[in-house]
Design a protein around this ligand. Structure first.
Ligand code: OGA
Ligand code: ZN
Ligand code: ZN
Length: 485
C-alpha cells in the first residue's frame, strides 16, 4: 500500500489529479465598469499545489490558457496542508553503475538516474558544502568530467547512499535529499512550483472577484501576507483595504511583505494633479492602459498605489487588464503582427526633473518581451513613456503601428479590461510586468482633492518571502516543511 502510494506521489499519478477537471469558462461580464465587490483574500489562493501537479512545464499552459484558468479555479481552497502531500521518507533499494550515471532503484519500484559529475559536484560533506551558508564549497578545479565511483553503498534502512570516489573522497547523501533532487519530471515539477506559482490569466469577469486583503490582518498575520503574495503571483493584482488614509502606509505594508524599490521618482511618490507635472500621471488627464517606468531596463516588478483621497465626482477610476492574456490572444489571432511586437525594438524614454533630480532615461525593448521558450515575459506598453525616436524604416514603422493598434483593439475589448474606483484607505498592488493599469480623467476642481501614494516592489524579494512563509507555515510542496532548498 505504502509503496503504491509513494509511487503515485513520486510520479504524479491520479491521486493528485483529482482537482484538475476542466470547467467551461464562465460567462463574460457585459460591462467594463463593474464596481468591485469585496471578497476575502483568505478564500482565494491557499494551497495551490495539488492542482498544479498534473502539468510539468509552464509553457504547456500558455498554449491553452483557458485550460489552466479553469484548472486553477478548481484549486484546493483549504488553508490547511493537504495530507496527500505529507509523504513518507523515501527509501533506496539498490544502485547500479552506468557509464556516466548512477542508477538507483527505490523501494517503491521507481528508478532514477544521477550523473556522477552532479553527485560529485553536490557532495554534502563539510569540505564540499558550507552548511550555514547553504552553499557549495567545492571548487571547480576539483571537479572533473571523468569522476567515477570506486564503491557505492546503500545503508540497511535505505535512508543513506555513500559513494567513495576513485580518489578516495567519500560522499554521503540522505536519500530524501536525493529524491527531492531527482531528475524526473515529477520532482522537476515540484521545484517549478516552488520557483514560481503558475499565473491564472483573467478577463473582465475578474471585476466580480477582485482579490482583496485587509491591511490590519496583513500587519498581524503571516498567513495573510502569504495569501497576498500567492495571490499576486497567480492573479497579478490585489486590493488591500483598511489602510489609514495618510502617507507612510506603503512603508508599513512593505515591511511585512517585501521592500520598497526606489526610482527616479523617489522611494515613494505622490500622485496628484501637480503644477508643471513631471509625469502625465501627475495631472488629472485620463491615462491609457500602461505599465510604469518602461524606460528602465529593470522595469519595476510590482506597483503599489495607495488611495489617500479620491475625486468625489465622476472620474479618477482605475482600469486594469491582464496583458499576458491579450498577448496570448494576439499570438493566436495575428501571429505575424505578434512577431512584429516581439521583434521590433521600441525606444521608451523619461526625460525631466522630479524633486530636483534630473533624468534622461532610455530603454530599448520590444513591446512584447518573450522568454527563450516563447512564454510571455512582459508587455511594455506606455503611451506617455514611449519615445518618438524610432530606429526602423518608415515602411517598417507603418507595419509596427498596424500591429500595435491591433493589439490595442484587443486590449480595449470589453472582455479584456475592467474599471473600478479605489476608495480612501485602499491600496492597489499590481504586477507591473503583467497587469496594465489606466485611469479615467477627472476634474481637479478642488486642488489636490485626489491623492495617491505610489511605490514599487521587487518580485525576487516577494517570491523569497513567499517561499519562506510557505515553509514556516507548512504550506510548501511536499509536506509540512516543504522542500528543502
Ligand atoms: C501612476 C498611475 C493611476 C491613478 O501613477 O502610475 O498610473 O489612478 N496612476 O492615478
Ligand atoms: Zn565532499
Ligand atoms: Zn501608472
Amino acid at each position: 500500500m505504502q509503496a503504491g502510494w509513494l509511487s503515485l506521489l513520486r510520479r504524479g499519478g491520479n491521486l493528485l489529479r483529482h482537482s484538475a477537471r476542466l470547467v467551461p469558462p464562465s460567462a463574460r461580464a457585459g460591462t467594463t465598469t463593474a464596481r468591485a465587490r469585496p471578497r476575502a483574500l483568505s478564500t482565494v489562493p491557499a494551497l495551490y499545489f495539488p492542482a498544479f501537479f498534473n502539468t510539468t512545464i509552464f509553457d504547456d499552459n500558455f498554449k491553452s490558457p483557458q485550460k489552466w484558468c479553469s484548472q486553477l479555479s478548481k484549486r484546493n481552497k483549504s488553508t490547511s496542508v493537504n495530507p496527500d502531500l505529507i509523504r513518507p521518507r523515501p527509501e533506496l533499494a539498490s544502485t547500479s553503475q552506468g557509464h556516466n550515471t548512477l542508477k538507483v532503484l527505490w523501494r517503491d519500484g521507481e528508478a532514477d538516474e544521477f550523473p556522477y559529475v552532479w553527485l560529485r559536484d553536490n557532495c554534502q560533506c563539510h569540505a564540499c558544502f558550507h552548511t550555514s551558508a547553504s552553499s557549495r564549497l567545492l571548487r571547480v578545479a576539483n571537479l572533473s568530467m571523468d569522476v567515477r565511483p570506486r564503491e557505492v553503498q546503500v545503508s540497511n534502512d535505505g535512508y543513506f547512499l555513500t559513494v567513495v570516489w576513485e580518489n578516495g573522497h567519500e560522499s554521503t547523501y540522505e536519500t530524501e535529499w536525493l529524491n527531492e533532487r531527482a531528475f524526473n519530471p515529477r520532482q522537476q515539477s515540484i521545484y517549478n512550483n516552488k520557483y514560481r506559482l503558475r499565473p491564472e490569466l483573467w478577463d473582465s469577469d475578474m471585476s466580480q472577484r477582485i482579490p482583496r486583503a485587509s491591511f490590519d490582518e496583513l500587519m498581524e498575520d503571516d498567513a495573510a501576507v502569504l495569501n497576498l503574495l500567492e495571490s499576486m503571483e497567480v492573479l497579478g493584482f490585489t486590493v488591500v483595504s483598511g489602510a489609514r488614509p495618510e502617507e507612510g502606509e506603503l512603508q508599513r505594508l512593505s515591511d511585512r511583505a517585501s521592500h520598497l524599490v526606489a526610482s527616479n521618482y523617489g522611494t515613494t511618490f505622490i500622485v496628484k494633479d501637480k503644477k508643471d507635472a513631471s509625469n502625465v500621471a501627475y495631472t488629472s488627464e485620463g491615462l491609457d492602459l500602461h505599465c510604469d517606468l518602461v524606460c528602465l531596463h529593470y522595469k519595476p516588478c510590482v506597483q503599489l498605489l495607495h488611495c489617500i483621497t479620491q475625486f468625489s465626482g465622476d472620474g479618477g477610476d482605475s482600469i486594469l487588464a491582464d496583458s499576458h492574456r491579450v498577448a496570448v490572444q494576439m499570438r493566436e489571432l495575428h501571429p505575424q503582427k505578434y512577431r512584429l511586437l516581439t521583434d521590433v525594438l521600441v525606444n521608451f524614454r523619461d526625460v525631466g526633473v522630479d524633486n530636483g533630480f534630473q533624468y534622461d532615461i532610455i530603454a530599448r525593448r520590444p513591446m512584447i518581451s518573450v522568454k527563450a521558450n516563447g512564454e510571455i515575459k512582459t508587455v511594455n506598453m506606455s503611451t506617455f513613456g514611449r519615445d518618438s525616436h524610432f530606429g526602423i524604416s518608415p515602411k517598417e514603422a507603418i507595419g509596427w503601428y498596424d500591429a500595435y493598434l491591433t493589439f490595442c483593439d484587443l486590449l480595449y475589448r470589453p472582455e479584456n479590461h475592467f474599471t473600478f474606483k479605489l476608495v480612501p484607505g485602499e491600496i492597489l498592488i499590481m504586477d507591473n510586468l503583467r497587469i496594465l493599469h489606466g485611469r479615467t480623467a477627472y476634474e481637479d476642481t478642488v486642488e489636490g482633492e485626489r491623492r495617491l501614494e505610489g511605490g514599487f516592489w521587487d518580485w525576487d524579494m516577494m517570491r523569497s518571502r513567499r517561499r519562506g512563509l510557505q515553509k514556516r507555515l507548512g504550506r510548501g510542496v511536499g509536506g509540512q516543511d516543504g522542500c528543502r532548498i
